[in-house]
Design a protein around this ligand. Structure first.
Ligand SMILES: [Zn+2]
Length: 317
């Protein structure tokens, strides 16, 4: 695969254009655009590596600005209206921002059809629109740990080794609709579930939002249900609320009490965050009513209030 323009190797002139030109461009950029951070970064990365890093960031941001400004292919807009109903309820400025994110996402992520699935624009655009809902109103690097999205026609099976107790493990095949991991660099999705997720916006289930919430969780290099938060007080508040809500869901799961949140979230804190994200966007009014503190934490993190545009019709558990 060709190296992206401005990558570190290219900046070190092993490939590409004459070295004197590239060095000039790098020096010019790093002194003008990042005058404050340059000395610290130069010390941290070593001079030449920093130049490569800075140039890479500069061109990446410029390329993304250009992608966001491109006109959207006409067919994409009708795919979104047809398959992702929440889009038409968003405020116009959010729709514009989301469409820009979709352009960047589709330009940067690889999609592969698996199990005989032929990839189409409908598949790519439907998945990208849902994924990019989680990016609205925030600085984002577009799920930087994710490179490839593998799409199967429907559920798939994986070899699973599960710890039972002590030295006892069980092995077998397990059915899945989606999967991603901190060090996988990929995500696997079942197309039928990815497509049906947003069509009933009040069932509280959305495979794509679930799996991409995991990717947000990974951005701080851990899979612990704590995404990259802002201030120390944000982290303290998040920890207190999530600990309480997670314990409540576990207790409800053990006693069989019906819950708004899918009890799969009782598996561990990472799954709890993913399940809570599904509920936040799919059943926001019910979540705000029944779990106001959880709703507030998610509203602050996602910088969105989905209760404003939710299509929930009536209270239900
Ligand atoms: Zn999960």
């Amino acid at each position: 695969m060709p190296l992206p323009f401005g990558s570190e190797r290219e900046g070190n002139c092993r490939v590409g254009r004459p070295s004197w030109l590239r060095r000039w461009r790098l020096r010019d950029f790093s002194s003008e655009i990042l005058p404050v951070t340059r000395p610290r970064l130069t010390k941290a990365f070593g001079g030449r590596e920093f130049h490569g890093y800075a140039e890479s960031m500069f061109f990446k941001r410029r390329r993304r600005r250009q992608l966001r400004a491109q006109p959207l292919p006409g067919e994409w807009r009708s795919i979104i209206s047809r398959n992702v109903p929440f889009f038409d309820r968003l405020p116009p400025e959010d729709q514009r921002e989301l469409l820009g994110h979709v352009q960047v996402f589709l330009a940067e992520k690889n999609f592969e059809g698996c199990g005989g699935l032929q990839l189409t624009d409908e598949i790519r655009v439907t998945i990208a629109t849902q994924a990019c809902l989680l990016l609205l109103h925030r600085r984002t690097d577009y799920y930087p740990r994710l490179v490839t999205i593998l799409v199967y026609p429907s559920g798939f099976t994986v070899e699973e080794k599960r710890h039972l107790e002590g030295h006892i493990w069980s092995e077998g095949r397990e059915g899945r609709l989606g999967e991603t991991g901190r060090q996988m660099g990929s995500m696997v999705l079942a197309w039928d579930a990815a497509k049906s997720g947003p069509t009933d916006p009040s069932d509280g289930k959305n495979l794509v939002l679930h799996e991409f919430a995991h990717q947000l969780d990974f951005e701080d290099f851990a899979a612990d249900g704590v995404p990259a938060l802002g201030s120390h007080s944000d982290k303290l508040s998040w920890a207190g609320v999530m600990k309480m809500e997670f314990a409540a869901l576990r207790a409800a799961d053990e006693t069989g009490i019906p819950t708004l949140l899918d009890t799969y979230g009782a598996t561990n804190p990472a799954e709890f965050f993913a399940v809570a994200t599904e509920a936040f966007f799919e059943r926001p009014r019910a979540l705000r009513r029944q779990h106001p503190r959880l709703y507030n934490e998610l509203e602050r993190f996602f910088r969105q209030d989905p209760a404003l545009y939710s299509s929930e019709l009536a209270p239900r558990r």
